[in-house]
Design a protein around this ligand. Structure first.
Ligand code: G3P
Ligand code: MG
Length: 244
C-alpha cells in the first residue's frame, strides 16, 4: 500500500509547508500529496485553499496576488508559534527539497480564471525539474485532467471524486482520460469500486485516513493506497517497514 503524506505530515507541522514535507520525509514517507495553484503573475505555489485566510496571517485570493505578495505571508504561525516564519512554498522549492525517489501527487486546486493556463506551466516546471517519473497529477477539476492528458499523454492522471460515481472508468474513458488512479473519498470506497478499477489496471487511493482501524479495513478491500495526515503512523498501522 502506498501511503501519501497528505499536505505533508500535516498533523505535526503546518500543512503544505516545507517543514511539513521535511517532517514527512523524516518519518520515512515515500509519497507526498500537496495542493497547487497559480498566482496572478502565473507562478505555481503550494496551498490548499483558494485564499490565504485560513492557513496564513494574510487574506485575499492567491489568484489576485503576485508571488512576492504571497511570499510575504506567514504560513506557520496559525498552526503553532514554533513554525512562525514559514512561507508559502513554490512548487519548484518542493521539487528541490523532496528527492526524486519520493512520489509527489500534485493536486491542482485551480481557480477557473487559470483554466487552460495552469496545465502547461505545470508540465513545463515538472519537465524542467526532471520530475516526470515521480509526479502524479490529480484534480477535482476534470477539465484540468483532460488538458493535462492531451498535452502529455504520458502524464499519470489521478481522477479525484467525492461521491458515489457509478463506473467512473466509463465516464473518464468517454472524456478521453486514461487514469492511472482514482482518488476516492474514503467513506465512499467499496469492494466493487476497487475491483472494477483494478480489473481495468487502474489503482484506487482513498483520502483522508487518519484512523488505524479504518486504514486496516480499507487495506482489507484491496485498496492500493491511502492519503494520511499521519504518514509515519499510517505506515506502522499497515505493518509496513516504511510507509511508501
Ligand atoms: O488529494 C486528496 C485530497 O487532498 C483531496 O482533498 O481537500 O484534502 O485537497 P483535499
Ligand atoms: Mg489535496
Amino acid at each position: 500500500m502506498t501511503v501519501f503524506a497528505h499536505r505533508g505530515a500535516s498533523r505535526n507541522a503546518p500543512e503544505n509547508s516545507l517543514v511539513a514535507f521535511q517532517t514527512a520525509l523524516d518519518q520515512g514517507a515515500r509519497a507526498i500529496e500537496l495542493d497547487v495553484q497559480m498566482t496572478r503573475d502565473r507562478e505555481l505555489v503550494v496551498c490548499h485553499d483558494l485564499t490565504l485566510d485560513r492557513t496564513t496571517d494574510q487574506k485575499r485570493f492567491i489568484k489576485d496576488l503576485t508571488l512576492e505578495e504571497v511570499r510575504a505571508a506567514d504560513c506557520g504561525s496559525w498552526f503553532h508559534q514554533d513554525f512562525s516564519g514559514q512561507t508559502v512554498p513554490t512548487l519548484q522549492e518542493v521539487f528541490r527539497l523532496v528527492p526524486p525517489s519520493v512520489l509527489i501527487n500534485v493536486e491542482v486546486k485551480n481557480h477557473p480564471c487559470h483554466q487552460g493556463i495552469i496545465e502547461e506551466s505545470l508540465l513545463e516546471l515538472v519537465a524542467r525539474e526532471g520530475r516526470q517519473e515521480s509526479v502524479l497529477y490529480s484534480s477535482f477539476d476534470h477539465l484540468v485532467l483532460q488538458r493535462l492528458h492531451r498535452l502529455d499523454p504520458d502524464a499519470p492522471i489521478g481522477a479525484l471524486f467525492y461521491a458515489n460515481i457509478l463506473e467512473p472508468w466509463r465516464y473518464l474513458e468517454s472524456q478521453g482520460i486514461a487514469p492511472f488512479s482514482l482518488h476516492w473519498a474514503e467513506e465512499y470506497v467499496s469492494r466493487e469500486l476497487v475491483q472494477g478499477a483494478q480489473e481495468r489496471g487502474v489503482k484506487v487511493f482513498a483520502y483522508t485516513v487518519n484512523q488505524a482501524d479504518r486504514a486496516r479495513e480499507l487495506a482489507g478491500l484491496g485498496l492500493d493506497g491511502i492519503f494520511s495526515d499521519l504518514p509515519g503512523e499510517a505506515g506502522a498501522w499497515l505493518n509496513q517497514d516504511d510507509p511508501g
